[in-house]
Design a binder for this molecule. Structure first.
Ligand SMILES: *Cc1c(COP(=O)(O)O)cnc(C)c1O
Length: 385
């Protein structure tokens, strides 16, 4: 089976992890700060806070921005559930903004229309999670303008987008947002097995996220309510979690980051090749906005079902039967049973649902060969015939 995504681990990565295993620290040592600096420097952000997953990063980002009971977070329905769940962890409410039919990212037009209504009933969001789907950045200039006008905070969920650029600036520099989060799950662009990082330019936000990552405990006398009792002393000043990244993960991440640009350019070469070979088939290839250099975590096509005899499901099944590990990113969150129980209904976000009825993620990862890509093409040609 040719999977849809796969990690790319070389001998240097392996050596880096072994070196940590033989060192004094398996956790809370020197590698995590190095990884944080590596990410922050790459992205051009002032701070990086490493955690054990992007889901944890989303949670502490929301907490650091003050999201709590009675608060509201908006995001796109076409994303992994974690982009929305983070609000529920904080006791806040979630709502969605429908997608743009061309980029499949949250539509800034739909956002503006929804904000106008929300303002009139005094229910403006506190936080917007802008997800860079497939690695293609959202219209961040548009989102920034609305965030200033309506006073909400912005988190970029860049789980798909490390190594990508927006208006020729690295994604993660937070030029148009408060916090950007990344995922390092093995299917993503670079991996730490499990792991995430939040970048920000705001020291206060970085400090709060650091606190929430580790039980809300500080050893910094500046932050304490009294003089330390002695050198052993620490204080818990918030309710935090154990969301720490291990030294093994950080070492793997530092080593992987050395090849990030190579990974992304390989993904671009594969995407251009897909664009060319798929031209003759009844599918819509991904459209890239001129402001965007995508991280290309995913290569999503849409089936032109009016030109295909089989159904979406049949095409999907045929590809799987032919050994092509296609996938579907994503099932619209508002149609999940858990969210239906919160009051969302099928039909609420029609553009997202239309996307879901046609989308298919083809294999895309740096180790994919042209031979394998040709197999994907042949299988797809067979499936849509
Ligand atoms: C993978 C992913 C996450 C969650 O990442 P983890 O590191 O697995 O917690 C969140 N948002 C998006 C868009 C993702 O693709």
């Amino acid at each position: 089976m040719i999977s849809y995504g796969k990690q790319d681990i070389n001998q240097q990565d392996i050596d880096a992890v072994i070196e940590v295993l033989q060192s004094d620290f398996l956790t809370q040592g020197p590698k995590v700060p190095v990884f944080e600096t590596t990410i922050a420097d790459y992205c051009g952000a002032n701070y990086g806070v490493a955690v054990n997953s992007a889901t944890s990063a989303l949670h502490i980002a929301c907490l650091a921005l003050g999201l709590d009971q009675g608060g509201r977070l908006w995001t796109t329905p076409i994303t992994f559930v974690a982009s929305a769940n983070c609000a529920l962890y904080c006791g806040a409410e979630v709502d969605f903004v429908d997608i743009d039919p061309i980029t499949y990212n949250l539509s800034v037009e739909a956002l503006e229309a929804k904000l106008i209504v929300a303002a009139s009933v005094n229910k403006l969001p506190d936080v917007l999670v802008a997800v860079h789907l497939c690695g293609q950045p959202c219209d961040m200039a548009g989102i920034r303008r609305l965030s200033l006008q309506y006073g909400f905070k912005v988190i970029e969920d860049a789980s798909h987008a490390i190594g990508g650029r927006y208006q020729d600036q690295p994604i993660g520099n937070c030029a148009n947002s408060d916090i950007t989060i990344f995922s390092f799950h093995p299917v993503k662009i670079v991996t730490t097995a499990e792991g995430g990082v939040a970048t920000t330019n705001d020291k206060g936000l970085a400090d709060r996220m650091t606190l929430y990552r580790s039980h809300g405990i500080t050893r910094d006398p500046e932050l304490m309510t009294q003089e330390p009792d002695g050198p052993w002393y620490y204080q818990q000043i918030e309710l935090g979690f154990n969301y720490r990244m291990t030294e093994l993960q950080a070492a793997l991440g530092v080593s992987q980051m050395a090849r990030l640009d190579e990974f992304v350019s390989r993904r671009h070469a594969l995407a251009s090749r897909y664009d060319q070979i798929l031209e003759s088939l009844p599918v819509t290839i991904p459209s890239q906005h001129k402001d965007s250099y995508s991280g290309l975590h995913l290569y999503v096509i849409r089936l032109q079902l009016d030109k295909i005899e089989s159904s979406h499901k049949q095409v999907f099944e045929s590809l799987r039967e032919q050994g092509i590990g296609v996938n579907l990113h994503y099932i619209p969150i508002h149609t999940q049973p858990y969210y239906q129980q919160l009051g969302f209904k099928v039909g609420d976000f029609p553009e997202a649902e239309r996307y879901y009825s046609e989308a298919l993620s083809l294999p895309m990862y740096s180790l994919l060969t042209e031979d394998q890509q040709d197999k994907v093409y042949t299988a797809l040609e067979q499936a849509v015939k």
